[in-house]
Each structure stands twice: as structure tokens, then as C-alpha cells.
Design a protein around this ligand. Structure first.
Ligand SMILES: [Zn+2]
Length: 309
């Protein structure tokens, strides 16, 4: 089926207390694995493409792969831009047919972040596409795990989340509640009370970034508290790369890309299936399709080129 946008999907998840997995696709094999896992679990799925993946694979190439796979798929698929930090990349993704966007202005001042996010939300909505934005900042742990004290400096406050949401009119909000990007070990615990507080003040789907490093039990509790989109990137990179390392150690003579590509792809399918079950989005595909056909959130009759130029 054609790609769906993330608006109705995340509202359905919020109402029904489950979360949708947003999995980063950096190449064809991983994109195939994500959608195959979603089909096996009868789950809706968000395939997300980061600015880094766009730089690596090219925006047309990687988004065309996702679009083609979605078209042949039996479950609803969203093609989402993950961490668009440049205004121009968000516009390019809109033009390239992404059906969900993120602008990450978390490194900017509050005022700058509001200003650019609001403008991009207006543009995206005119084209019938939802926008995610980030308030507070989900830190990066590439240089090693952060202490709780360090993590707290990045936390989203419920007050700033409310003000940001009201001023920008975004569709979903990424919040900093204890997770960090690029964690290779699943050890982070979340500030669950903070998620409840933000949810009580912001009536919108909340997004958990850096979920690869979060303990499973905390992911489940976060969903009860209002998280409805959960991002996994490092877990998929690990599944792909570890499989290759194992394959080469057992078959050092193999040079055929398809042989080891297939083993890595299978490993990613298994990882994505586990995450889908954790988020409880399995067996929700049909309900989502019905909800989407009954609820229209955007009415856009404008030509995309009129909107973005
Ligand atoms: Zn992120």
C-alpha cells in the first residue's frame, strides 16, 4: 500500500496505549528487514531516515527504497525524516515524498527553535504532512555513558514542553527524559514521573529517542505514561554489524555480498520483531488502517511546489 503519514497513526497509538517503533534504515537490507518484521508481526511501522543516512545513501535512493517496499507491503508504513537539523533538509525531505518530518532545533535557543519549528510546521501541514520537534535535548553518549547528574542537565521541563507545543503547533514532541543517543548497552532508566507530567500538560504524542539504551521495563512504563513513538537506531546497527562479524569469523573465504547480506538482514528482522512486541504494536495494522480511513487530520489540495517555494 502507499506510504501513510504519522499523524493518525500516533494518535491511534496514544488512544490505545501502545507505541509505534521508528527504526532507522541506513541501507537497503535494513529497510527490507524493518518492513519484513512489521509484516510478520502485523504491525504498523515507521521507517526513519536520518540526515546522516541521506548523506550516505542519497535522499532519492534511500527514500525510493522505502517507498517501493511500502507499496508492496501488507502493513502501513511511514517514511520519516529523523533529526532534520537543517531547514533545507526538512524542505528537501518534504519534496522527496517523506510522509513525516522531524526538525531538531534542540541545539538552538528556545526562541530560535520555536521560530523555525513553527514555520516548518506551517509548511508541512499545508502539504498534509505532520512534523515532530524536540524540546529539551536528548544527549549523545558516543564518548561513554552519562551520569544521572549529567543527564538531568538535558531534561525537558513540563512547562517548556507546554509553551513550545502551544507556540509551534507541532504534531509530536521528542522529549529528554533519561535516554541518550548511541548507547551500546541497555542500561538507561527513565524519569517516568516527568513523562506523566509532560503528558498531562501537552496533549500530543510524545517521542522517546535513543531507546536502544533504555531498559525494556522502562520502555514499557514510558508507554503507559504517554510515549507513543519509540526510536531505535543503535540496536539495528548492532544487529547488522554483529551478524557480519560472526559470519566472517565462521566463513572467512566468502566474498559474495549476498551471502553475508542475507545473514545480517535476518538478524535485523529478529531484533525489530522483538522491539515491536515490546511496544505492543503487533497485530495493530488492521485497526490502524480502519482508524486512518475514518479520521482525516489534514486536508491539503495545494500543489507541493506552491507551498515550499
Ligand atoms: Zn534521536
Amino acid at each position: 500500500m502507499p506510504l501513510i503519514d504519522s499523524k493518525a497513526l500516533l494518535i491511534h497509538a496514544l488512544k490505545n496505549k501502545y507505541a509505534v517503533g521508528a527504526f532507522n534504515a541506513n541501507n537497503m537490507e535494513v529497510a527490507q528487514a524493518i518492513i519484513e518484521a512489521a509484516e510478520l508481526e502485523k504491525s504498523p511501522v515507521i521507517v526513519q531516515i536520518s540526515q546522516g543516512a541521506i548523506k550516505y545513501a542519497g535522499i532519492k535512493c534511500i527514500s525510493s527504497i522505502v517507498k517501493t517496499l511500502a507499496k508492496e507491503s501488507s502493513v502501513p508504513v511511514v517514511c520519516h525524516l529523523d533529526h532534520g537539523v537543517d531547514y533545507s533538509v526538512v524542505v528537501k525531505a518534504l519534496k522527496a515524498g517523506f510522509t513525516s518530518l522531524m526538525f531538531d532545533g534542540s541545539s538552538l535557543s528556545f526562541e530560535e527553535n520555536v521560530k523555525i519549528t513553527k514555520e516548518l510546521a506551517r509548511m508541512a501541514h499545508a502539504a498534509g504532512i505532520p512534523l515532530e520537534a524536540e524540546i529539551g535535548r536528548v544527549p549523545d553518549s558516543e564518548k561513554g555513558p552519562l551520569t544521572l547528574e549529567e543527564m538531568k542537565k538535558y531534561y525537558t521541563t513540563p512547562e517548556e514542553a507546554k509553551e513550545f507545543f502551544e507556540k509551534t503547533n507541532v504534531d509530536s514532541l521528542a522529549v529528554s527524559v533519561g535516554s541518550a543517543h548511541r548507547m551500546k548497552v541497555q542500561s538507561a532508566e527513565l524519569d517516568i514521573d516527568r513523562i506523566y507530567e509532560i503528558s498531562s500538560m501537552v496533549n500530543a504524542p510524545l517521542v522517546l529517542h535513543g531507546a536502544s539504551g533504555v531498559k525494556d521495563e522502562h520502555v514499557v512504563r514510558a508507554i503507559k505514561a504517554g510515549i507513543t513513538k519509540v526510536n531505535f537506531a543503535t540496536e539495528l546497527n548492532k544487529a547488522f554489524t554483529n551478524s557480519l562479524k560472526e559470519y566472517f569469523s565462521q566463513h572467512p573465504e566468502i566474498v559474495d555480498v549476498r551471502k553475508y547480506g542475507e545473514s545480517a538482514r535476518k538478524n535485523v528482522v529478529n531484533t525489530v520483531r522483538e522491539k515491536i512486541q515490546l511496544l505492543n504494536s503487533n497485530n495493530k495494522a488492521d485497526d490502524v488502517l480502519k482508524y486512518i480511513s475514518d479520521n482525516k487530520f489534514f486536508e491539503s489540495d495545494k500543489n507541493l511546489n506552491e507551498i515550499v517555494e
